[in-house]
Write a protein that binds this ligand. Structure first.
Ligand SMILES: C[S@@+](CC[C@H](N)C(=O)[O-])C[C@H]1O[C@@H](n2cnc3c(N)ncnc32)[C@H](O)[C@@H]1O
Length: 207
């Protein structure tokens, strides 16, 4: 297994969104956070024996982080075809050991029912730009339906919501950690050169 920092270095060439859509909250997870999330998942479950599904994969950062650890199968799903084209290019650049299946689809209505042990990884929209607080709720619902464990990034202050959602849907938050990261200015409504995202990452065991 490569170290967490080696994984982050491999992910540094993963390109972000060329023309991000505000309402879809399209921004790339920083390589360091993606490496930390997948490294944590690998320590818990040894993802070599698993299917990994990235809900709202964008340009592929989390799916590719997983693919570099050689799981049985990796699927990246996004509602927008534009970042999926970039994700395919990113896959060629990182030269992962496991191929990724890139699927256009709605993460809130996933047409997949994997039989094998499945890890969901995701940085879902928070609803921050649309006044749709907890837009991540439906992504968590999909994780509850198809995964036995998930790792998800949420905005700060989500712990009560995520714990309650998990408990109501047969799950349990077993681990959590905070992460803050800077995003470059990319949307019109951003007035600063960078925007700091205060996030929390949760591991949820679903069954
Ligand atoms: C914050 S970005 C994260 C992108 C990528 N996973 C990463 O970590 O770099 C959220 C992603 O969710 C996607 N998305 C938003 N709503 C979706 C939906 N209903 N179904 C699938 N993808 C969706 C967006 O297009 C965007 O790529």
């Amino acid at each position: 297994m490569s170290t967490k920092s080696a994984l982050a270095q491999q992910l540094a060439i993963v390109a972000g969104f060329e023309d991000p859509t505000v309402s879809l909250e399209q921004y790339r997870t920083p390589p360091e956070l993606a490496a930390t999330l997948v490294h944590t998942a690998d320590l818990h479950e040894d993802i070599a024996d698993r299917t990994v599904l990235d809900l709202g994969c964008g340009t592929g950062m989390l799916a590719l982080a997983a693919a570099l650890r050689g799981p049985t199968r990796v699927v990246g799903l996004d509602i927008d075809p534009a970042p999926l084209a970039t994700a395919r290019e990113n896959e060629r650049k990182v030269a992962s050991t496991t191929d990724v299946g890139w699927v256009r689809g709605d993460a809130t209505r996933v047409p997949l029912a994997p039989d094998d042990p499945t890890t969901v990884v995701m940085n879902p929209p928070f609803g921050a730009q649309s006044d749709n607080e907890h837009a991540d709720r439906e992504f968590l619902g999909t994780a509850a339906d198809i995964a036995d464990v998930s790792y998800s990034i949420h905005n700060r202050g989500s712990v009560e919501f995520v714990e309650a959602f998990a408990a109501d849907n047969g799950g349990e938050v077993t681990h959590a950690f905070e992460a803050a990261f800077d995003l470059p200015h990319q949307f019109e409504h951003h007035t600063e050169a960078t925007r700091t995202v205060d996030a929390e990452v949760f591991r949820i065991a679903w069954r």
